[in-house]
Design a protein around this ligand. Structure first.
Ligand code: SF4
Length: 436
């Protein structure tokens, strides 16, 4: 059982001969001793690079900084580090400097959808609140590579207050996702204050925290932190395991504390070439997650951020993985595979096709085994015309308290209450001609 194994003891002793298990399990000690340069990495792990490799790697670090907790470094398999999924996620690769024409600095257009410093408001009812610019580890595949770690920076209360004010003044925001960087890099007292401010806003129904701490610095999930978080239910926590090897005894203890604290814990995985682009690895990962009460939430296609081209797989690889999961394992172990649309279109779910054909009275489907089957549509379904104020709504929802529902996108085309018959892309020449 890894809690303080031989490798970890050796690393701790190289940091300081007098280091103890309590130092190792102290998150602040881990952060203080994080690896931020190649020499330190060589010294602590015993992995060495040639002078030529080092000079290339140094150029990479000038653009994208390095930070690895001693804990995460202790998980690297040093004998075969070139193929090691922990090494690849944490240590610099010269390919990060290869920027393709199609790469984007801000692929999700988060900066454009930012009405206030630190806030990304993309979807109607929720916002992303960037409350830290630092992380315990700088993941090499980070989609926010352009920002994370460029200036080590935890915003002041005054800066955070601007985001809080925006949320206060935007009544449609019912869900706030704290992100960064890693929000759990904030000291306990600031987390306590921030959550108390947010949960006091009447229209904020849910707060979520996105954190990679259980994976890269599980000792951050202390009993004290859990006691603070427990005051602010409903609080949802999403973490970021990418490989089954990351579910160590320490990581299990961290997610156990969160689940015992009563927080729904979800997991977001990024599909990464030569790290987890394999149906067997992914199945093992989702099984380990649910065994530890973590619900696989999203499987992300790797974004088009600069410096990530060596991590990207074809979308077909993701579909192949989903094909190997759906039906082959329990439904609650299966994440939704999404492409975060470049340009800020949000997450688009993608999956294999299961509908083969359709008539007015039958749907022909196939299952995971290849069995082709039919579902008979009901003969007497009476469609209710919905004008957003129908009998069903009035009976089942208290319309006084219910939000006005605005239709958008394809939903709008399907709505009885809306006369739109098409969605026209902006600058459609044919339609512009009609306007002339
Ligand atoms: S923890 Fe998240 S935000 Fe921080 S570097 Fe890793 S992927 Fe990026």
């Amino acid at each position: 059982m890894e809690i303080f194994n031989g490798t970890q003891q050796a690393i701790a002793n190289k940091i300081n001969k007098t280091s103890t298990i309590s130092n190792w399990r102290d998150w602040k000690w881990q952060l203080k001793n994080s690896i931020s340069n190649i020499d330190q990495f060589e010294k602590l792990t015993g992995i060495t690079f040639s002078a030529d490799e080092k000079s290339q790697l140094k150029k990479t670090l000038e653009k994208f900084p390095l930070s690895i907790t001693p804990y995460y470094a202790s998980l690297i398999s040093t004998e075969n580090y070139q193929n090691d999924p922990v090494f690849k996620q944490s240590f610099a690769n010269v390919h990060e400097l290869h920027v393709l024409d199609t790469d984007l600095a801000d692929p999700l257009s988060e900066d454009k959808d930012s009405p206030e410093e630190g806030i990304t408001h993309r979807y109607p009812d929720r916002v992303l609140f960037h409350v830290s610019n630092v992380c315990a580890m700088y993941c090499r595949h980070c989609t926010r590579k352009r920002k994370v770690g460029d200036i080590d920076f935890i915003p002041s209360k005054e800066q955070l207050q601007k985001g809080i004010e925006y949320i206060k003044n935007t009544p449609q925001v019912r869900d706030v996702l704290l992100s960064g960087g890693d929000p759990l890099m904030l000291p306990d007292s600031k987390i306590d204050w921030l959550l108390s401010e947010l949960t006091a806003i009447p229209h904020v129904e849910v707060v979520r925290i996105g954190t990679r701490m259980p994976v890269v610095l599980p000792y951050r999930i202390t009993d004290e932190l859990v006691q603070i978080l427990k005051k602010y239910q409903p609080l949802w926590i999403n973490t970021h395991f990418n490989h089954p090897r990351e579910m160590t005894a320490s990581a299990k203890e961290a997610v156990r504390k969160l689940a015992d604290g009563g927080f729904p814990v979800g997991n977001q995985t990024v599909l990464l070439a030569n790290v987890n682009d394999c149906p067997r690895i992914m199945k093992k990962l989702v099984h380990k997650l649910v065994q530890n009460r973590v619900r696989p939430y999203y499987l992300y296609q790797c974004d088009l951020s600069e410096g990530l081209s060596h991590f990207r797989t074809p979308v077909g690889k993701g579909i192949e993985i989903m094909e190997s999961l759906i039906g082959h394992t329990s439904g609650f172990s299966i994440p939704t595979y999404v492409i975060d649309a470049p340009g800020g279109g949000g997450k688009i779910p993608v999956m294999p096709n299961y509908i083969i054909s359709w008539s007015t009275h039958k749907v022909v489907l196939r299952n995971y085994e290849g069995v082709i089957t039919t579902y008979k549509e009901p003969d007497h379904y009476e469609n209710k015309f919905c004008d957003r104020d129908c009998e069903n709504c009035n009976l089942e929802l208290n319309m006084e308290e219910s939000d006005e529902m605005q239709s958008l996108g394809i939903e709008k085309l399907l709505a009885d209450s809306n006369d739109s018959i098409s969605l026209i892309p902006e600058n459609n020449e044919r339609h512009n001609r009609r306007d002339d």
